[in-house]
Design a protein around this ligand. Structure first.
Ligand code: ATP
Ligand code: MG
Length: 386
């Protein structure tokens, strides 16, 4: 379901327009409708925006709404936020206060915070992948992890977050007609019926929201990404994101992600890239949320795991061996290798994905039913600890 938002008590349309600009379509109600919401059986909006700029009083009914319906989130819009008013708002159970001057940004940020809190409270998990540098194997890893989840019969959504020309659709053998941008343009309409019209169902069992095959100059709004991820988490057991490295909006709305994996190789340029990306993301989130993984791992390469850890200041959580033939063949056929391949690379990805899914090590190699290798690669997890 799309996030349902109601505005009450607003004397003009400016507030409504600010909410619309954040990607939602609010219902506007009058002050007397607040009383109706206090009824224990009254259907509730997800977010109630209460505008008290005209009189500066927190209505008693607002506290009753919160007591009867604790999951209704409340944004209070005030002319000036005094200490007394803040105390009153807290007592009434208000979640966010926004004061004049009313800007689209301030309203959007308050809604975003509420959506992010709501989203973390529900079941689905989000794993994001971002390359330290172009071509390190990020999409290959993300696509195969998502395929593993789907093969374990989990509802799995893959979102190619590149605002243009992402290539996850090729790797998943899909030809989607709609894209991420259609979803972001329609965050107010996100329900399963609408969303399934935007996505492609892939042979691997993964539902794909693809990147558009066109360029766009329109800036990406992080508030809308939060709404999209909120929808994803409510409807899919696993959501896997293939992130562009150089789009700040895409990297700014990932509060809900369990982990944001920085994918690197053992080349100086990618290790330096990993350092930059991991540092920026760790400042925005936390170090623990931004593990580093090494693709095309070669144990005799000049740059070893310890060198990477030293430069990036983070443990390498997992390594994936190099197998160009398997990776390229899978890519060319649009057939993720975890589906059929029996080699080391497929086993490593399966072991990794199994661990993300919380499976015991030996359960996580078995697309090919060969368990010993899975357990061995499983041991590489945390191979370098902090
Ligand atoms: N473990 C691996 N071993 C060998 N080759 C690999 C491996 N993983 C990926 N590749 C190959 O590396 C190339 C780049 O892979 P991929 O498109 O996944 O990288 P990327 O980081 O997503 O690139 P981009 O920055 O263009 O999005 C492809 O030809 C792919 O088949
Ligand atoms: Mg890619």
């Amino acid at each position: 379901m799309a996030v349902h938002i109601t505005i009450i008590g607003s004397p003009d349309r400016k507030l409504e327009e600010s909410v619309r600009a954040s990607g939602l379509r609010p219902t506007v109600a009058s002050a007397v409708d607040l009383l109706a919401l206090t009824h224990p059986a009254a259907p509730q909006p997800d977010i109630l925006v209460m505008d008290i700029r005209a009189h500066g009083q927190v209505p008693a009914a607002l506290g009753v709404v919160k007591r009867q319906h604790p999951s209704t989130s409340v944004v209070l819009v005030v002319a000036e936020l005094t200490a007394d008013l803040m105390l009153e708002a807290m007592r009434a159970g208000v979640n966010e206060c926004v004061a004049e001057p009313l800007t689209v940004e301030a309203i959007g940020a308050a809604i975003s915070r509420i959506v992010a809190q709501r989203t973390s409270a529900v079941g689905g998990q989000v794993f994001a992948f971002v390359g330290a540098k172009g071509g390190v194997g990020t999409t290959t890893l993300a696509v195969n992890v998502a395929t593993y989840f789907a093969q374990q019969r989990h509802r799995t959504l893959f979102i190619d977050m590149h605002p243009s020309y992402g290539d996850a659709a090729v790797q998943l053998g899909a030809e989607p007609r709609f894209s991420l941008l259609d979803a972001l343009d329609n965050t107010h309409r996100l329900d399963l019926a609408f969303f399934s019209g935007l996505t492609a169902q892939t042979r691997a069992g993964v539902t794909l929201l693809a990147s558009p095959d066109t360029t766009t100059n329109a800036p990406i709004d992080p508030h809308r990404i939060r709404l999209l991820l909120d929808f994803a988490v409510r409807n899919y057991r696993y959501t896997v994101l293939d992130l562009p490295r150089s789009n700040p909006a895409m990297l700014d709305a990932l509060e809900v992600a369990q982990s944001i994996f920085v994918v690197t190789n053992q080349e100086l340029a990618s290790v330096r890239g990993a350092c930059r990306v991991a540092e920026a993301l760790s400042r925005r989130y936390s170090r623990e949320k931004v593990p580093v993984v090494v693709s095309r791992f070669d144990k005799s390469a000049d740059i070893g795991i310890e060198d990477i850890q030293e430069v990036v200041h983070a443990p390498v959580q997992f390594t994936f061996p190099s197998d160009y033939r398997v990776a390229v063949q899978a890519l060319n056929e649009g057939h993720p290798f975890v589906l059929t391949d029996r080699g080391k690379l497929a086993h490593a990805v399966a072991a990794f994905a199994g661990q993300l899914a919380g499976e015991p090590d030996e359960a996580s190699a078995p697309l090919s039913k060969v368990r010993a290798l899975g357990a061995r690669f499983g041991a590489l997890r945390w191979l370098a600890t902090s």
